[in-house]
Design a protein around this ligand. Sequence first.
Ligand code: C2O
Ligand code: CU
Length: 519
Amino acid sequence: MNRSKSVHRRTVLQALAGTGVLLTLSPGLLLTGCDGGVKAVESETLGLDSDEYDVELNLHAMPDSVPILPGAPSEVWRYRAELLKGPKNTVSENPDSYLGPTIRLRHGQTVKIHIHNELPEDTTVHWHGLHVPSDVDGQPRLPIRPGEAMTVGFEVLDRAGLFWYHSHAHSEQGGRVGFQSYAGLAGLLIVEDDEEAGLGLPSGDNELLLVLQDRTFAGANELVYLDGGMGAMMDRMHGFLGDRMLVNGVPPATRKVATRPYRIRVLNGSNARIYKLAWSDGRPVTLIGADGGLLREPEDRPYAVLAPAQRLDIWVDLSQSQPGSTLELISDSFQASMMGGMGMMGSNALPLGSRFTLVGLEVAESVEVNEQLPAQLGLQRQKIPVSSTTPIRPFELSPVMMRGFAINGRRFEGTSVADDEKVRLGDTEIWEFWNNTPMPHPMHIHGLQFNILGRRGGNSDSLHQGLVDNGWHDTVLVMPRETVQLAIKFERFDGLFIYHCHNMEHEDAGMMRYFQVQS
Ligand code: C2O
Ligand code: CU
C-alpha cells in the first residue's frame, strides 16, 4: 500500500463513538496508525502451541481507498492478507472491494495468523462461528493497539461451512464493532472437509459467495455511518440501516450463468438489516446449509430469513431456464411495523422490509450437465442430545430506558461474569432467550455451534415461514416477544467467551456479556 497517499487524502469516514461525540478521522489520526508500520516484536502465539503449522498468514487491518460507486473512491478500513505458508487457494483477495480476502481452510489444518493493526485505534479479529480457544476469539479483552501485532494459532475443528471474520473492538467509551465492520473490516472464511467434498456440490465458478451489506454514502462517495442528532439516536436504538445495498462491496449486479445448478452461499454482513431471501419468479428457496454447515437434507421454503451475521447455503437449478432469461435473488417485502417501528422512522430510502434485488442470474449459456441435488447432505454430525433433565438457563432480553437493551437486566461490563453466566466444561444445557422487547434480536454465542429446539409466543408476522431452525447455528433470530430454546454443549475449551445481540448497534450499546466455561 502507498501509505503517504492515504495519509494525505482527506478522510471523511464519520462515526459517533459510544459517547455520542462526533469523530471525524483526521489525517493526524491516520498518521499515528499508519506511519512506522508495525513496531511490535513477535510475541508468543496465543491459542495453540505447535512446532509446525499447515497454514500461516499475515492479516493487516488498514485504511484504504476503494472505488465503490461511480466517481470518487471511498475511504474504507479493510483487511489485506499475505499467505506465508499453505495451499495457494487459502487466500483470495477481493481486489475491487473493501471486503477482506476470502480465507479458505480445511478441517484439521493448524493455522497461524499474524494480525497487524495499522488502524488509528484498537481492534481485534473475531472468527465468527469457529470453535477456537478463548484467547484467539478476538474478544475485546485482548485488544491489538494501533501499530501493534498479535499472533493467534488454532486448529480448524469445525466441519465444512461458511464462517466470517470481523472486528470485535469495544473501548471504554463503547463498542466499535458497528463502526469498524461498517468501515469495511469483514471477510469470509470457508471451511472445507471430506464429507462435503464427497457430495460434489457445485464449486468454482458454480459456487457464488454473496456478502449482503447496506451502506449510506454522502455526496462525494464518503461512507456515512451514524450522523448526528435525533437520527443517530434512533439508529442506535433500532440498528443502523444504510440507504442502498452493496453485494460483495459493490452495488447489486447481474451475473452471466449457464443452464446448470448453482450453489449460492450468503452472509448477512450488515450491521442491523434483516433480509427475506426469495426468487423473483416465486420458486421455492432450496436450502442446503446454515451457519454451521450443511443441513441433513435439503429444505424448500417460500423464502428464507437471514438476520445479521447468519449464513445460508442455497441450491438453485437453472437447467430448465430459457437462455436469455434472468432470475433474481431478491429480498422480499415484509412488515417491519411489528418490529418496534424499525425502519419506519426518519427518511431512510430503503426502510427495513422493503423489496430489492440482490443479484441477477442471466442465463447466457446452454450446457448439458447432470448434477442432482443429493437427497442427504451433512449426516456426520449428530444433534446435541437433550432430555427432560437437561438444565434450562433463561435469558431475558429487555429494554433499558434510552440506553439500548439488557440481557437478564445487565449490560456489557468488561469481563465481569455473573453467577448465572458460569457453565461447566462438558455440560449440555438449554439456553432460553425470552425477547421481552418489541424488536427482533439476532443472538450470537461465541465459540460453539448449537441446535435450535423450538420457539413459542411472539407476534405472528410475515417472516416465520422463513426462519431456518434445522441444522447448526451460532446466531439465532429471536422475534419480538418470542422465546427460543437452543441446545448447546460446552466442548473442549474453557475460559471466557461472549454472547450478544449481533445487531451491531445493540451490541455496541452494551447488549453483550461474557460467560465463563469452567473446567
Ligand atoms: Cu460476529 Cu461476537 O460476533
Ligand atoms: Cu438486539
